[in-house]
Design a protein around this ligand. Structure first.
Ligand code: AMP
Length: 135
C-alpha cells in the first residue's frame, strides 16, 4: 500500500553511499520489475511514476549506480552528466511539455524525503503547478 493510501510518509533514505543493488530502480533497470517506459538512450531511462502527483509525472534515472544527485555530481564523469541532463530535457520535450512548461525536481536525502536510493529526476506537468514548495 502506497503513502497516498496509508496517509503515512515513507521512510526517507540518506542519499549517500553505498549503492544498494536491490533498490527498486536497480531492479527496474535490470528488467526484474515492470515499468511504463517512455524513453531510453545510452545514459538514461525514463518511465511513468507509479503514484503520479500531476497529470504527467515521469522519472528520469541514469543507467549508472548513483544514490542521489550528491553522489552523481561527485562521481559521474562529464559525459555521463551531460548525457543524463540532455536526456531530461529530451524527455520533457517528447512528452509535449515544452510549451506549456513543466517542473523538474530531485529529492536528495532525509530532509527532502528521498525514498528510492537511485538518483532520479521527477518531471511534473500537464497543468499549472502552483507554488514551488508546500508544507
Ligand atoms: P523520491 O521520494 O524522490 O525518492 O521518489 C520516489 C518516487 O518513485 C515516488 O514518486 C514513487 O511513487 C516512485 N516509485 C516507486 N516505485 C516505483 C516503481 N516501481 N515504478 C515507478 N515509480 C516508482
Amino acid at each position: 500500500m502506497g503513502a497516498a493510501a496509508t496517509g503515512k510518509l515513507p521512510m526517507p533514505v540518506k542519499g549517500l553511499g553505498p549503492y544498494d543493488d536491490q533498490n527498486v530502480f536497480a531492479r527496474l533497470l535490470r528488467g526484474e520489475i515492470p515499468s511504463r517506459k517512455v524513453f531510453e538512450d545510452d545514459w538514461a531511462v525514463a518511465f511513468h511514476d507509479i503514484a503520479p502527483q500531476a497529470p504527467v509525472h515521469v522519472l528520469v534515472i541514469p543507467k549508472g549506480r548513483y544514490v542521489s544527485l550528491a553522489d552523481f555530481t561527485a562521481r559521474a564523469d562529464e559525459a555521463e552528466i551531460a548525457g543524463f541532463f540532455r536526456a531530461v530535457g529530451t524527455v520533457a520535450r517528447q512528452l509535449g511539455l515544452e510549451p506549456p512548461g513543466y517542473r523538474v525536481l530531485t529529492n536528495m536525502g532525509e530532509h527532502a524525503g528521498q525514498e528510492v536510493p537511485h538518483f532520479h529526476i521527477h518531471i511534473f506537468g500537464g497543468r499549472p503547478l502552483g507554488r514551488m514548495l508546500e508544507d
